[in-house]
Ligand binder design. Structure first.
Ligand code: GDP
Ligand code: MG
Length: 465
């Protein structure tokens, strides 16, 4: 069937921003759940994907839409809550970011913080449109709660002093955004030209606790999706799918969580996955999703499906999934496809990376959480460090003893400085650490790329001093 404006897929929305600005709480508010309090220290540990049905979006924007009268045609919305680091925007599929639009959450009381600024630049570099939530508006002095109401209704009943504080904080945030080269305005004060300008950013005051402005941000995302992103969102039958996470689940064995952006995935499909040891072809034995408005991280009763239509997050059961790598594409072998072609396509991003590794086999090992993060890290080591840091081996996910053993060979090759693992946002179990000490391997860990680089540079300086 031809792709049309009448058949859009769900937009994939990512929530970003500095730690503690209220990203998880905001999502909780839309879902009417409480993940935030269940999280260890309130910090998001993994990526969660939540699917909101169209009827949920309609219900959650009903009051605002009495005046806006927006004709919502989207089939729903898929929202991703990210941990503070970069892995989500690094999840790409054939060169393009999987995320269609973003909410950048700013704590109105704190203004722009470090990770907010990093997220801002990341979104700009990738050309992802976004709205800024000026969150915690309820913390303005003497705020009168108007539970879950559209923000303009709530502002109308605030005392003058509260409004003064709000206006002054909002204009500070606007100035700080300006300093980062971003033009913005409170969204209902934007002119026609501002809406036409794709670089102009709407600001939406919100409270993730009392719910003011949540209707506004949802409706705004729907409007941006339908009016500006419809070309990108036209549903198509070609599978576009990426691995979010690989994990063992009690009773199910090793499973992979996938983000299916476009196309279909069906039980019984012959799927091709990318691993460091080469492609694997395996039958999809089960397709599970959480109930709508729940996310994959939460232990809820899974719903079994025969068929999934993108965009949706889905947990896949199958054999041999242990070594699948996060951030890599997934394809299905169709009746007219050559398996070998599909395998080559699934492996192509990784193959390209491996071709760039140090040819004399001398260099450090780099381990990252996803393929996209690994790409970013390797590019950084190659282009932004002087002299470039040679890399002889790469990996994705947890660091194992065997990885340590592998890179310890640099000690025998006469380049002990390369008996080093640069670990970006991956777990390092105690056995691996202990083994590293025994065989003289250093492991540097960080969640931010340039912190890793700083550690390694300092180490190299000490060596040559
Ligand atoms: P995240 O790190 O960005 O996911 O932030 P959380 O959602 O974990 O929230 C961090 C803290 O800020 C928690 O204690 C929340 O209860 C609090 N918080 C989040 N949003 C709001 C808000 O709109 N108003 C107020 N008063 N507190 C908030
Ligand atoms: Mg969080």
């Amino acid at each position: 069937a031809a792709r049309t404006r009448d058949d859009l897929r769900c937009p994939v929305v990512v929530i970003m921003g500095h730690v503690d600005t209220g990203k998880t709480k905001l999502l909780d508010k839309i879902r009417k759940t409480n993940v935030q309090e269940g999280e260890a220290g309130g910090i998001t540990q993994q990526i969660g994907a939540t699917y909101f049905e169209k009827k949920t979006l309609l219900a959650q924007t009903a009051r605002l839409n009495e005046t806006e009268k927006f004709d919502l045609t989207l089939p729903g919305m898929l929202v991703i809550d990210t941990p503070g680091h970069e892995s989500f925007t690094n999840l790409r599929s054939r060169g393009s970011s999987l995320c269609d639009v973003a909410i950048l959450v700013v704590d109105l009381m704190h203004g722009l913080e470090q990770q907010t600024i990093e997220s801002l630049h990341m979104l700009r570099n990738r050309g992802t449109p976004f709205v800024v939530a000026l969150n915690k508006v309820d913390r303005c002095y003497d705020w009168k709660t108007c539970k879950d109401s559209p923000i303009r209704d709530a502002l109308k009943v605030q005392p003058e002093g509260t409004m003064q504080e709000f206006r002054s904080r909002a204009s500070d945030a606007k100035l700080q955004l300006q300093e980062q080269g971003v033009n913005s305005n409170i969204y209902w004060e934007m002119g026609e030209d501002d809406w036409e300008n794709s670089d102009f950013v709407p600001l939406v005051p919100t409270s993730a606790i009392t719910g003011e402005g949540v209707q506004d941000i949802l409706l705004l995302l729907c409007q941006i999706s339908q009016r500006k992103l419809w070309r990108r969102l036209m549903w198509c039958a070609n599978l576009q799918c990426t691995v979010l996470e690989v994990k063992a689940i009690d009773g199910l064995g090793m499973t992979v969580d996938l983000l299916v952006v476009n196309g279909y995935l069906r039980e019984g499909d012959k799927a091709v996955f990318c691993t460091l040891d080469g492609p694997i072809v395996t039958e999809i034995r089960g397709l599970l999703t959480p109930p709508p408005s729940r996310e994959m991280r939460i232990k809820s009763e899974y719903i079994h499906h025969k068929e999934i239509k993108g965009a949706l997050g889905v947990k896949v059961i199958g054999n041999g999934l242990e070594k699948v790598m996060a951030g890599t594409p997934v394809l299905v072998v169709g009746p007219d496809d050559e398996v070998e072609d599909i395998k080559a396509e699934v492996m192509s991003d990784l193959t390209k990376l491996q071709e760039k590794l140090s040819t004399d086999k001398k260099g450090v090992m780099v381990q990252a959480s996803t393929l996209g993060a690994l790409e970013a890290l390797l590019q950084f080591l190659r282009e932004d460090t002087k002299p470039p840091i040679p890399v002889s081996a790469i990996g994705i996910g947890t660091i194992h003893k065997r990885d340590v053993t592998k890179i310890s060979i640099m000690n025998e090759k006469g380049c002990p400085e390369y008996a080093t693992i640069l670990a970006f946002d991956v777990p390092v179990p105690r056995e691996a650490r202990e083994h590293a000490e025994e065989v003289n391997v250093r492991i540097f860990t960080a969640d931010i790329i340039y912190h890793l680089f700083d550690q390694f540079t300092r180490f190299m300086e000490e060596l040559t001093a």
